[in-house]
Design a protein around this ligand. Structure first.
Ligand code: FEO
Ligand code: CA
Ligand code: CA
Ligand code: CA
Length: 625
């Protein structure tokens, strides 16, 4: 059913209708199973998930976390029926996590509640196995692991070991506790996982009356309270080494070694994890920049050439970055077992660039180096003294060199054979007459988002780009619905984005429906996953497009629709393409109790659980074709 090698790849399912129910929808002939919903025990140290929210912080430390996001399937011995599923846990639904939501006693969050929330964040490594048609977690496997917002991690690259990151916990500035708000993900050609720290700034607070460092202002560290007020648990009798105090980065002592002012500088990075080695230490790769990383996709590796990694900074008018390694790719490194040492070789030394999308369909990668010349003709080295200072201030350095402000860059994905790079620009309703448009972000009040693609090589600092598809509702005027989308593939707020190795691109949406159905697509359907098989870019792009237009939009098909108010995110698949995995994040009334069928709506009200959904064909064939 996948066709022989000389037949072109074709999508083999009919596009789904809009859906707004408390259940998942898959095409006829497919089945969908709930796997690893939040609170699922990974080992015997955790109690089973409790419907009343009574699980403890220890349970969460030993269970799947909350708000599943980016993920990847790492096969064991190449297997398509046994592997390690690594899943990001981006943030939490405090109401669902605790019996009756979060509490505060005398203006303080209880330490146990904060620990439970900290442990619900991070990353899970889950050993999973298929028996018959059913996938399950292999409980107590030595591979099962949780990384939380408190797990010790290494700080590598130019920022590691500098004064920026010295704290009472790490006077040498080489370690930090935790990874936060892990949104999209990446992988490496040597078999490791990359988790992206996105909205980490919100978990901290700096209440100093004036003089908040410019880099904290630029990333939006709150000035009155942290997002979950974790800092208010400081001083609890059970607190260990400032485990709560560290979230308050207001200077209070005489130096960084007696207060937590530098704790926040240990966040905002891409973090490398070796899922195959349960004893390995997660490592923050600071050379790849510090911002609201959405994810990281690597360019097609070529022997003897540098590696490139692409990462969007998801905030309105922020930028797209490329990291290029100093080391040239040696394919033998793909087979080494000391994977994090390979990471150190390629990810700790290199050059970070930011993208400028020119009006004529060309683009320029602007290096963020001391020698880089800014818009005003002065050098970045006149503004910042060292490369670590540039990296701490990545966004401001990108402003300085004149990068193109984008409509919220989310995931990047790279075509497996032609190497074209795609990025989702989820939406930007703040793009108006005052901010202006640019050729790569051409719509005012961009409520629907779009996808841009480009082609480059790590040895060149120029590229060609074009718009791939414009999100829109089917009924919008032609100037909005520039891709001619219909009710069967209308989409808005593209976010998750991935290729499988066959060349099918999977597009996932996040309309923020939990905040109200704020665009016409969200008023017509729940968030969804679509599939498309893109052709290669031509080299004479003028930045026009869209590639998907009224003539060929039928090739963009809706494969999946999620339950009410949930975002669809994270994509993984087995090497035989017979199982795919996606994540349901922040549902409000799903999954149903008493079944693991993802397409069953609950009867009545349930405590919601973000979860992975496993999709297979009932006849066991490859997915999508
Ligand atoms: Fe966590 Fe930008 O989505
Ligand atoms: Ca998300
Ligand atoms: Ca996202
Ligand atoms: Ca999003």
């Amino acid at each position: 059913c996948g066709g022989s090698d000389d037949e072109p790849l074709k999508l083999g399912f009919t596009s789904l209708a809009n859906s707004m129910t408390d259940a998942c929808v898959v095409p006829p002939g497919y089945v969908a199973q709930v796997l690893g919903a939040w609170g699922t025990p990974l080992n015997d140290s955790a109690a089973e998930w409790d419907r009343d929210g009574k699980n403890t912080s220890k349970d969460l430390l030993n269970s799947t976390g909350m708000h599943h996001d980016g993920m990847h399937y790492f096969p064991l011995d190449g297997s398509s029926s046994e592997g390690l599923l690594v899943v990001n846990h981006e943030y939490i639904d405090e109401k669902a996590l605790h019996p009756a939501g979060p509490t505060t006693v005398n203006n303080k969050r209880p330490a146990e509640e904060v620990r439970k929330e900290v442990n619900a964040h991070g990353v899970a490594v889950m050993h999973i196995r298929k028996t018959g048609n059913a996938w399950a977690i292999v409980k107590n496997s030595r591979y099962n692991r949780r990384f939380t917002s408190a797990t010790p991690m290494a700080l590598n690259g130019p920022v590691g070991g500098t004064d920026w990151v010295k704290t009472p916990y790490s006077p040498t500035g080489t370690t930090v506790r935790g990874t936060n708000n892990n949104c999209g993900n990446g992988t490496t050609p040597w078999g490791t996982y990359i988790t992206a720290e996105e909205n980490w700034a919100a978990c901290f607070v700096n209440t100093q009356a004036s003089g908040q460092p410019a880099h904290q202002v630029r990333v939006g560290v709150p000035t009155s309270a942290g997002r979950y007020k974790w800092e208010t648990a400081a001083g609890d009798a059970t607190e260990v080494q400032g485990e709560f105090a560290r979230f308050n980065v207001t200077p209070s002592g005489t130096s960084a070694l007696n207060d937590w002012r530098n704790e926040v500088n240990g966040f905002g990075y891409l973090v490398e994890i070796d899922p195959y080695n349960p004893d390995s230490v997660a490592t923050k790769r600071t050379a790849m920049g510090r911002f609201a990383h959405e994810g990281a996709a690597y360019g097609k590796p070529e022997a003897g050439k540098p590696l490139a990694f692409y990462s969007g900074d998801d905030s309105r008018f922020e930028y797209i970055y490329r990291f290029v390694s100093d080391a040239n790719w040696d394919p033998a490194d793909a087979r080494r077992s000391d994977r994090l040492a390979v990471g150190t070789k390629y990810l700790d030394k290199g050059t970070l660039y930011v993208a400028r999308f020119n009006e004529d369909g060309s683009g320029t990668w602007l290096p963020l180096t001391l020698a880089a010349v800014g818009k005003d003709g002065t050098k970045l080295g006149d503004k910042y003294k060292t490369i670590d200072e540039i990296l701490i201030n990545t966004r401001a350095a990108a402003d300085f060199v004149g990068a193109t402000p984008m409509d919220r860059p989310e995931w990047t994905a790279v075509h497996p054979s032609n190497g074209d790079v795609y990025v989702t620009l989820t939406n930007n309703t703040s793009r108006n007459a005052t901010t202006g448009t640019n050729a790569a972000n051409p719509r005012l009040n961009n409520a629907n988002g779009h996808i841009v693609r480009w082609h480059d090589t790590p040895n060149a600092n120029t590229f060609k780009w074009e718009i791939f598809v414009f999100g829109s509702d089917a009924g919008a005027a032609a100037d909005t619905n520039r891709s001619g989308l219909t009710t069967l593939n209308q989409l808005a707020s593209p976010d998750g984005l991935a290729f499988d190795d066959r060349g099918i691109m999977w597009i996932q949406t996040d309309n923020g429906i939990d905040g109200g159905r704020n665009n016409a697509v969200a008023r017509a359907t729940n968030d969804q996953m679509l599939a498309v098989i893109p052709g290669a870019m031509t080299t004479d792009s003028k930045g026009t497009g869209p590639v998907i237009n009224a003539q060929n939009q039928g090739d963009l098909r809706r494969f999946f629709v999620g339950p009410n108010e949930a975002e669809i995110t994270g994509f993984a698949y087995t090497p035989d393409y017979k199982t795919i995995f996606l994540n349901i994040q922040h549902p409000v009334n799903w999954p149903a109790y008493g079944t693991n069928d993802a397409t069953t709506a609950p009867t009545g009200t349930v405590r919601p659980r973000s979860s992975t959904v496993v999709i297979q064909k009932a006849d066991g064939g490859p997915i999508g074709v």
